[in-house]
Write a protein that binds this ligand. Structure first.
Ligand SMILES: C[S@@+](CC[C@H](N)C(=O)[O-])C[C@H]1O[C@@H](n2cnc3c(N)ncnc32)[C@H](O)[C@@H]1O
Length: 366
């Protein structure tokens, strides 16, 4: 790829732009332009890596904006822009999606590809393919390791931000066509939102959150493993764990959906996690927490479980409620606390399907 441009374009959840700007400032990135759910940045020096952070859902090197109400004129402008900015380059994938125009969950809003981005993709992809700029005529197909992706973000339907990113190669760096390690998976998904086709009834949107958390974390959850979820009602996340073939215990004082209750690999413990003897957790390999309590309380509950000498927990996926983006500065303290339990590979991300909360993933060596 030709020389890296000094501008980057990011997508994030609507309303967390201030946290994005703060976390990438240390990496040398300064704000150029922003809208809710979209941030463009200029590097103060020479950028060698795209900005990254807890609240960064997608990141791309920028080729600038294209504006106009006529789709065909915009496509022509895009072809010219690519010829100027990256002569002789071609891309493996085209991803087209809108910035988040609403907060996740507000009025039922879910992030990711929408009807307008599908229409734009249908205009753009065939033209780029016929000019040899796009190797495949389709669009919004998951990218694979080693592939390069052309990104088209609809700031508005008539205002497109153009950029590109590449997916790191797997292992030796020679192969392409397979999944990269977990942390890089969101970069393979159009708009950073996991494409998923559930094969079980989805009893709550937490199904999608759990699927995304498991994929991104890189934790090796396997069929037959025992997973426990604290804050399991009504059972969306448990549905995902069951779909993956695991044995599941759901702890929650509230009811679990009958679809989940009837599953032969599921057991409900009707209790608050803190009231349970620690032996209830023995034999479990994975602990998920999605209870609507303050993060300090969640961490105290988890600490009690995983620091017990007989704990068999190998990995954690914790939902930590932020209670407002102004509290993002508490995240480093939460990470330190989890590391103090001996956890390794502690990472935090605001999941695309998460609301005003973050997901903390950690491995616990045993
Ligand atoms: C956001 S909902 C969980 C959604 C669920 N993970 C799913 O997949 O459908 C939060 C749940 O946490 C539960 N909860 C709150 N405090 C709890 C505690 N101390 N122990 C267990 N569950 C708790 C609530 O009863 C509520 O059902």
């Amino acid at each position: 790829m030709s020389q890296l441009p000094p501008f980057a374009i990011l997508c994030c959840q609507n309303g967390v732009e201030s946290a994005v700007k703060a976390e990438v400032a240390d990496q040398g990135w300064r704000l150029a332009f922003s809208r809710r759910g979209f941030v463009s940045l200029k590097h103060a020096g020479v950028a060698t890596e795209l900005p990254s952070g807890v609240f960064v859902r997608t990141a791309a090197w920028s080729y600038g904006l294209i504006e106009g109400a006529e789709a065909s004129a915009n496509v022509d402008a895009l072809v010219r822009r690519l010829a100027e900015a990256a002569p002789n380059e071609a891309w493996d994938r085209l991803h087209v999606w809108p910035r988040d125009r609403l907060t996740v969950g507000k009025f039922g809003f879910e992030p990711g590809v929408d009807e307008m981005s599908r229409l734009v993709g249908e205009c753009v992809a065939p033209v780029l393919h016929s000019r040899g700029l796009l190797r495949q005529s389709g669009f919004n197909i998951m990218a694979a390791a080693g592939e390069r992706v052309l990104d088209l973000i609809l700031i508005e339907p008539s205002r497109w931000a153009i950029g590109w990113h590449s997916i790191p190669p797997t292992g030796s760096g020679e192969r392409s066509g397979s999944d990269p390690p977990g942390p890089f998976l969101p970069a393979t998904w159009p708009g950073g939102v996991q494409p998923i086709a559930p094969t079980v009834p989805v009893v709550s949107r937490a199904y999608f959150k759990a699927a995304e958390a498991i994929a991104w974390s890189g934790l090796e959850l396997r069929a037959g493993d025992l997973a426990i979820e604290v804050g399991a009602s009504p059972g969306g996340a448990c549905g995902r764990l069951l779909e993956l073939g695991m044995r599941v215990i759901g702890i929650d004082p509230a009811d679990i959906d009958p679809e989940i209750m009837e599953h032969p690999r599921f057991r409900h413990i009707r209790a608050r996690a803190g009231d349970l003897p620690r032996q209830e957790y023995s034999g479990a390999r994975w602990l998920l927490v999605d209870s609507n309590v303050r993060p300090d309380q969640t961490l105290t509950t988890v600490e009690h479980i995983v620091t017990h000498r007989r704990s068999t927990i190998r990995g954690l996926l914790l939902t930590l409620k932020l209670g407002g983006i102004a509290h993002a500065d508490r995240i480093p303290g939460w990470v330190r606390r989890v590391r103090d339990w001996g956890a390794t590979d502690v990472k935090v991300r605001q999941l695309a399907r998460g609301k005003m909360e973050v997901c903390l993933a950690a491995a616990l060596p045993r």
